[in-house]
Design a protein around this ligand. Sequence first.
Ligand code: C5P
Length: 232
Amino acid sequence: MTYSIKYWAVVPAAGVGKRMNADRPKQYLPLLDKTVIEHTLMRLLKADVFSAVAVAISEEDPYWPELDIASNEKVITAAGGKERADSVLSALKAIRTLASDDDWVLVHDAARPCITTIDIIHLINSLKTDDVGGILALSSHDTLKNVQGDFIVETLDRRHIWRALTPQMFRYGLLKSALEAAEGNPAITDEASALELKGLQPKIVEGRPDNIKITRPEDLALAQFYMEHQND
Ligand code: C5P
């Protein structure tokens, strides 16, 4: 019998989101009729490609157990870690008896609730025959400056600069070993950077600009606008 490759979603959701200045972590703030994280997880489940969604939650988080989606049969809860990369690694370990090294993992920020099935399928179709994997990203429309203190020291060639989004898609075994090798390294702010540290070159797949990360208070209004105008 041949084994067919599976797809797993991993959602780091153990951050505090200090820049929101809110009374609770940003993933639990209301957005339309639900919390941010409920939108994110429901959209991942709606894509109907994942065997399970492993969510990393802070151990002191009182909000998660209150949500119906926490008991969804496809949702697996893992303990969050100190940094985002620690949370992702913890979620990967939570599915280690279920996933095979060659399976694909799509890591997606809890704070990106506007993710569409179109983007998920586009990422998968672009990378499923790739050896390394890659990430959704956006090219830069603005001119970009390298700044030291208050002074511009260089104008960057924006044709080579992309903004990393999520999902980021890598093989289970490769991603887990790359994150384990990079443990404690503060330069690892996304999954791709852990793979880069191994000397690998993840691919860029152009994503949609509506896949924003909730970071500042005004982002909630923007996310609401996008959701009301998305029809997929
Ligand atoms: O803070 P930032 O927006 O970059 O966080 C990106 C994602 O990583 C968020 O979904 C956040 O909850 C998650 N995170 C985590 N564990 C941490 C820090 C952040 O799961 N220790």
